[in-house]
Design a protein around this ligand. Sequence first.
Ligand SMILES: NC(=O)C1=CN([C@@H]2O[C@H](COP(=O)(O)OP(=O)(O)OC[C@H]3O[C@@H](n4cnc5c(N)ncnc54)[C@H](OP(=O)(O)O)[C@@H]3O)[C@@H](O)[C@H]2O)C=CC1
Ligand SMILES: O=C[C@H](O)[C@@H](O)[C@@H](O)[C@H](O)C(=O)O
Length: 309
Amino acid sequence: MVTTTFKLNNGLEMPAVGLGTWQSKAGEVQTAVSYALQNGYKLVDGAYCYANEDEVGEGLKEAFAAGVKREDVFVVTKVWATYNTRVEEGLDKSLKSLGLDYVDLLLVHWPVLLNPNGNHDKFPTLPNGKRDVIFDYNHVDGWKQMEAVLKTGKTKAIGVSNYSKKYLEQLIPHATVVPAVNQIENHPSLPQQEIVDFCREHNIHVMAYSPLGSTGSPLMSAEPVIKIAEKKGVSPGTVLLSYHVSRGSTVLAKSVTPTRIKANLEIVALDDEDLKLLNAYSDDLASKGELKRYVYPPFGIDFGFPDKS
Ligand SMILES: NC(=O)C1=CN([C@@H]2O[C@H](COP(=O)(O)OP(=O)(O)OC[C@H]3O[C@@H](n4cnc5c(N)ncnc54)[C@H](OP(=O)(O)O)[C@@H]3O)[C@@H](O)[C@H]2O)C=CC1
Ligand SMILES: O=C[C@H](O)[C@@H](O)[C@@H](O)[C@H](O)C(=O)O
């Protein structure tokens, strides 16, 4: 049987599959969220920085009006980098847009501070065009704010995103609350096994993002993915999404296309032979130095990922 939920380290149940909303256009995301929730999705992943939370909120409202219950939906949002010293203010903005009085999970989007008093609310820049990063920021201080916000009840759980093993090792000795989740880019072209293993050891649940290779879903045509899909009589997308559930992770797939939204809910059990094939593909890329990271914004910071350090 295929797992449909995972238990977090605070006892909360998190669905195994969720709808992503990054780059979902305002005009499309309301329908996508509403459609997904009325067709079996139980988790929606958003962020203040996606600049579409008003519309995500409209989608939630539409689904609730159609009978979906708030308590049956796991809503995730993220504190953007300009708000890492103002976590509660950032969360309040998201809650207002979403039309909710709590989210289920709040994540630190990236462990970096962008100038909160800079020339833009989300992407402040310097005169030379580079991101206005505050370099002497310590991400452990941001986590203390996350712990404080957890006590307000405005979020049921707190976690991190884009944390390498190195950053988690810096954080954990100072954490009163161990992050419930680390949301990271993850797929056979970037398995990040060292982070996945470290998270498992510390009871931190992994949420896998960009499972299809992000924009345009390039991983759908990877050879072993097609081979396994043919063998099992499922789509390549199902193989890519099932890979994470087999590894014990929650997976997020973004789509604004109803047929794809529905198709992405199909998760199958991958057997040892399938996983061996996908792992061999990852190992081969690693040995050739060809691992592929699709999401690496130009912060100009070393986040401690071995493929980027
Ligand atoms: N914490 C973080 O920093 C990050 C978090 N995320 C989260 O993870 C989510 C998923 O990652 P994302 O980078 O969006 O990329 P995905 O890997 O989910 O790929 C999305 C792309 O695949 C297409 N697609 C979706 N389903 C199918 C299908 N069944 N067949 C063919 N094409 C398909 C979509 O097109 P279309 O929509 O047109 O159907 C879109 O172009 C994000 O939306 C976001 O919520 C992502 C990146 C970073
Ligand atoms: O969640 C998705 C990604 O992290 C996205 O939020 C960033 O890539 C952002 O657009 C940026 O440019 O820094």
